[in-house]
Design a protein around this ligand. Sequence first.
Ligand SMILES: Nc1ncnc2c1ncn2[C@@H]1O[C@H](COP(=O)(O)OP(=O)(O)OP(=O)(O)O)[C@@H](O)[C@H]1O
Ligand SMILES: [Mg+2]
Length: 354
Amino acid sequence: MALFAKAKQCVGLDIGSSAIKLVELKPMTKGDKKFQLLGMGIEQISPEVIVDGTVMDAVSVIDAIERIFRENKIKGDTTSTGVSGNPVIIRKISLPLMSPEELAESIQWEAEQYIPFDIDEVNIGYEILHGTQNTDHGTMDVILAAVKKEKVNDYVSVIKQAGKNVGIVDVDAFALYNCFELNYPEERSKTIALVNIGANVMNINIVENGISVFWRDSTIGGSQYTEAVQKEMNLSYQQSENLKKGIEIDGISSDKVIPIINSVSETFLAEIQRTFEFYQSQTNKDHMDKVFLSGGSSRVPGLDQQVSERFGTPVEIFNPFKAVSFNPKEFDPDFLLDIGPTMVIAVGLATREV
Ligand SMILES: Nc1ncnc2c1ncn2[C@@H]1O[C@H](COP(=O)(O)OP(=O)(O)OP(=O)(O)O)[C@@H](O)[C@H]1O
Ligand SMILES: [Mg+2]
């Protein structure tokens, strides 16, 4: 799903509203998708720097991008980056069977019928869904994505000002899927829900038999826990952020915040449930075989178990490095496992078009 594509590269740069994440991968073999981890890093950013998916303080983002490359000695300088949240529209459309060349020519025209924005104001990306070409009916399914040019330009601009190039602008929900495809080939025959909960956006992507069939971005995320703790306990944002993560502050035990955390988790569960029910109403599937949880907020204590109980499915914490080789002298395996859920989108981005 390239909303904007130029070069081949393998630095995934995930510009989230709470932190910028970078993963550099090197393809090990041609054709076969096998990768080695070359570098990675995380740079926290303050909550007022990116608000509602809009870069409010470009200088802070540029600084953080420069730092993440420098401090982690990243060699590549062409990135693929992702966008998510409100200004992203994704549709699955059915089109007559045609060649990739014919599709490239007609996609703009097709898109006009499905995208509720002025077509000149958006970047269009598309991908033929593998395995949906039906010669009997003469149709195929295509995923179409549209993102406001303004948003794409904002992100491309900060990366360029940090002295780096942009090869691809992708959609987070698809980076999530690409990362899953890379790491969990053994889950191919199942119905899987990928749920990535960041600081302000939750991406859900449902995969059936290895094909991405449904996706939704909701504007909810981990900052809601922090804000609830802040409000109810009259603390600073940073104190609340720590308490949420189970770090005790000034004699306040983190047990105190458990009821607040649980009530926010309940709104997340309700949103996931609405999404599942909507998906189920459109298909004949009545359950998920498994849920893969990722994003920084997948580490909220108890959330994995609550999801498992609510939906009666096993829940696994997503390990984006499961199928990635790395040198344990350079990268501590326990550290990778610990921060893995936050790096899922960055890994998915780094696997693009190499
Ligand atoms: N141990 C933890 N316990 C609870 N929450 C955590 C923990 N670690 C990180 N988080 C939360 O995860 C969120 C950050 O996750 P992530 O890096 O996936 O988000 P992001 O990509 O910056 O945000 P978004 O994509 O929503 O703009 C923050 O809200 C952070 O407080
Ligand atoms: Mg994110």
